[in-house]
Design a protein around this ligand. Structure first.
Ligand code: ZN
Ligand code: ZN
Length: 122
């Protein structure tokens, strides 16, 4: 088996040749970052944002808990109806538009519920 032919270093304006599989010469091998390609999943990524926009649109941009209580409040975020911690999914059917104050109240309630489940047996 013949040796691998050297390729030009991938660093811009380098000009040296390398046989390293990452394609950088010795001097530029630090530019190779395998950990820079981690797959992002979960909140914060693009798919979540698209889903969030879709749910907000579906709910007409109105806070659903407020609407159930007869109030009309513009929603600012999208929240899980059944918390993920309790087995809820990221499906649209488990998401609803919610306003900041409802979200805050809900988060506080869920934190309290988590404490009430005996997860604080210290
Ligand atoms: Zn180089
Ligand atoms: Zn609300």
């Amino acid at each position: 088996m013949p040796a691998k032919p050297p390729r030009p270093c991938r660093a811009p304006a380098c000009g040296r040749k390398t046989t390293a599989s990452h394609g950088y010469c010795e001097e530029h091998s630090h530019l190779h970052k395998p950990w820079g390609t981690r797959k992002g999943s979960g909140r914060g990524g693009r798919p979540w944002r698209r889903k969030r926009d879709r749910v907000l649109q579906r709910d007409k941009g109105l806070c659903q808990p407020c609407r159930r209580g007869g109030r009309v409040t513009p929603a600012t975020e999208v929240d899980h109806i059944k918390p993920v911690a309790e087995g809820g999914t990221d499906a649209d059917s488990n998401l609803e538009a919610i306003c900041t104050s409802c979200h805050r109240a809900k988060t506080a309630r869920e934190a309290q519920a988590a404490r009430g489940r005996g997860e604080s047996n210290l």
